[in-house]
Write a protein that binds this ligand. Structure first.
Ligand code: WE7
Length: 158
């Protein structure tokens, strides 16, 4: 059980190598810069088990580095325990959401709030699209969406 006052968020996408590691790294940087990182447990995970143990996509790492952010995350799959231990579980698209809601229904009385990260976007772009078959520009767009959404999410929880 987390210490009193500890908040927690798990960012989730299909493979945990493109979108969710970017969201996690962006949020950690933001919480660090705001001096509240010690109040948070921050992680990311995958709905699939395809990339378990892998580093984030090289294009995502390059995008983060361009914005002065590093990450040492390794891909992992979402577990049943995550629904008991995380206050927020934030997905990127409708496919993530249906999988997360299905998984959540298997864990009785779990307290996790399963939401779309994009529901926090002040510009109302609700879906953060999979850039896997996309370009560097698509990764940049993911980064910008994560930046806007994480800022609003952190403000809401401060
Ligand atoms: C992705 C992916 C992403 C797609 N990261 N993969 Cl080949 C595949 C099949 C099941 C799970 C995963 Cl994770 C992967 C590898 C890793 N962001 N996006 N695949 C993807 C995109 C569009 C249409 C179909 C797929 C599988």
């Amino acid at each position: 059980m987390a210490a009193t006052g500890t908040k927690s968020v798990l960012f989730v996408c299909l493979g945990n190598i493109c979108r969710s590691p970017i969201a996690e790294a962006v949020f950690r940087k933001m919480a660090t810069d705001s001096g509240v990182v010690d109040k948070w447990v921050i992680d990311s995970g995958a709905t699939s088990d395809w990339n378990v143990g892998s580093s984030p996509d090289a294009r995502g790492l390059a995008c983060l580095r361009k914005h002065g952010i590093e990450t040492s995350h390794r891909a992992r799959q979402v577990t049943n325990e995550d629904f008991m231990s995380f206050e927020y579980i934030l997905g990127m698209d409708d496919s993530n959401m249906s999988e997360l809601n299905r998984r959540s229904s298997l864990v009785k009385n779990n307290p996790a709030k399963v939401e779309l990260l994009g529901s926090y976007d002040p510009q109302n772009q609700r879906i953060i699209k999979d850039p896997y078959y996309g370009s560097d520009e698509d990764f940049e767009k993911v980064y910008e969406q994560c930046l806007r959404c994480c800022k609003a999410f952190l403000e809401k929880n401060s």
